[in-house]
Design a protein around this ligand. Structure first.
Ligand SMILES: [Zn+2]
Length: 96
C-alpha cells in the first residue's frame, strides 16, 4: 500500500501566496530624534529622576536624593531608539 503522509506533512510548511515576497527591513539607531535617554531610579523607594538626554541630570538627582533620603541604591536606565526602515535593495552592511 502507498503512503498517504505526504499531503499532511506539506501543510506544515506555509508557502507565501504567489508573488508575495518579504521586504527587506533593517533596524538602525534612530538619530532623527533625541539621542539615548538616561534615567535614574531609586531602588529603595522607586522615585525617579525623570528622563534626560544628558546623563548628568540623573546623576545629580541621585546625589540629591541620597542626601535627602539616605537611600543609596540606584538603577540607571538607558533607552536607545531604533528605527526600522524598508530599503528593499538588499542587505546593507552596517557601519560607515
Ligand atoms: Zn529613594
Amino acid at each position: 500500500m502507498g503512503r498517504e503522509g505526504t499531503a499532511a506533512t506539506r501543510v506544515a510548511g506555509v508557502v507565501p501566496r504567489g508573488g508575495w515576497r518579504p521586504k527587506l527591513w533593517a533596524l538602525r539607531g534612530d538619530r532623527t530624534g533625541s539621542g539615548p535617554i538616561t534615567e535614574a531610579e531609586c531602588t529603595t523607594c522607586h522615585d525617579g529622576s525623570g528622563p534626560a538626554e544628558d546623563g548628568r541630570g540623573p546623576a545629580l538627582w541621585c546625589l540629591a536624593h541620597a542626601q535627602e533620603t539616605g537611600h543609596t541604591g540606584f538603577r540607571r536606565i538607558r533607552t536607545d531608539f531604533f528605527r526600522a526602515s524598508c530599503d528593499g535593495a538588499g542587505a546593507q552592511a552596517a557601519g560607515g
